[in-house]
Design a binder for this molecule. Structure first.
Ligand SMILES: NC(=O)c1ccc[n+]([C@@H]2O[C@H](COP(=O)([O-])OP(=O)(O)OC[C@H]3O[C@@H](n4cnc5c(N)ncnc54)[C@H](OP(=O)(O)O)[C@@H]3O)[C@@H](O)[C@H]2O)c1
Length: 297
């Protein structure tokens, strides 16, 4: 049986954060959760785009409990500021959805000098998760869902290229960042288990979905308008990972050809993403670059 929006259980009483909630998969994820009565915190870098998304969701769900908080993942100060606001304001956090992302932009760096894709897609979310972990721990049944991609398959981690030390290759850097997201989600679950925590960490990927992600690649952008899945369908693996009775460490994605299209199911994790030594090294590197240490031995 297909897992669809109708399969999403009621979320009354739950609080969810969705990063990058103003567009694409993040917007549909936030809207679906709000439609099922969750309180949803839209974590967006632009007040204007965030408010527009909030207003648009309310057109469909006038009673939606939505709050906008600014989060710019290109700045670790912004991540810290956002986490402080959340911890001060909310007594619980049921779902942290690490969704925001950039794909193959022109070469650029975050405020701390990280290559943009590893910085936004992975390192910013690593810090965010670490800062919010205590709040998640306080909330029975809490989950972290981190967005990866089919691109993890060709990705390779080069710990000496997080600051753009090598000549820039946009697709290589995107693959690395999405592999890092998947390895982080898996390592996070191992460390939560080791500590006896009840928080779950899962990863999800949306196959090939019509969004604004391919804005920097004109051919892919045009093709995706005709061939990729509708945006809501692409949000389903995230919603499935966030709410279905799945064990921690599960990776979800579409069940059809190449996992590019279809409905949510367990997705395949390539062996190199399960390299335990590299998972540990990646964690340590992220700790040293972001200045946070959590769930460490
Ligand atoms: N679409 C696909 O086929 C596909 C496939 C595999 C994986 N994914 C993953 O799915 C996730 C969502 O992407 P999407 O396809 O929905 O793309 P999208 O339509 O471009 O949405 C990306 C979201 O991330 C936000 N964002 C970008 N940089 C940010 C920053 N520095 N700080 C905070 N937010 C930031 C964007 O905000 P602005 O609007 O302000 O830019 C936007 O809200 C990403 O992690 C992506 O890697 C997508």
């Amino acid at each position: 049986m297909k897992w669809t929006l109708e399969s999403l259980p009621n979320q009354n009483g739950k609080t969810a954060i969705v990063t990058g909630a103003n567009a694409g998969i993040g917007y549909e994820t936030a809207k679906a959760l709000a439609g099922k009565e969750a309180r949803v915190i839209l974590a967006c870098r632009s007040r204007e785009r965030g408010e527009a998304a909030l207003k648009k969701i309310r057109e469909t769900y006038p009673q939606a409990q939505l709050e906008l908080h600014l989060l710019d993942l290109t700045s670790l100060d912004s991540v810290r500021q956002f986490a402080t606001e959340i911890i001060d304001k909310y007594p619980q956090l049921d779902l942290l959805i690490n969704n925001a992302g950039v794909m193959m932009p022109p070469e650029s760096k975050t405020k701390e000098g990280f290559e943009l894709q590893i910085g936004v897609n992975f390192l910013g979310h690593f810090l965010l998760t670490g800062l919010l972990l205590e709040l998640l721990e306080k909330t029975p049944g809490a989950r972290v869902v981190t967005l990866s991609s089919i691109a993890h398959r060709s990705g390779r981690i080069n710990l000496d290229n997080f600051k753009g030390e090598k000549p820039y290759m946009s697709m290589r850097e995107y693959g690395q960042s999405k592999l890092a997201c998947l390895m982080f989600a898996l390592e996070l679950q191992k460390r939560l288990d080791a500590k006896g925590s009840k928080v779950l960490s899962l990863a999800a990927h949306p196959g090939w979905t019509q969004t604004e992600l391919m804005r920097h690649q004109s051919l892919a952008d045009v093709l995706s308008r005709y061939l990729a899945m509708p945006t809501l369908q692409g949000a389903l693996p995230t919603l499935f990972a966030a709410t279905a009775p799945l064990p921690g460490g599960t990776y979800t994605g579409p069940n059809g050809f190449f996992e590019a299209w279809g409905f949510p199911a367990t997705a395949k994790i390539r062996p190199h993403a399960q390299d335990a030594e590299m998972q540990k090294k990646l964690w340590q590197k992220a700790e040293s670059l972001t200045g946070i240490s959590f769930l460490s031995a």
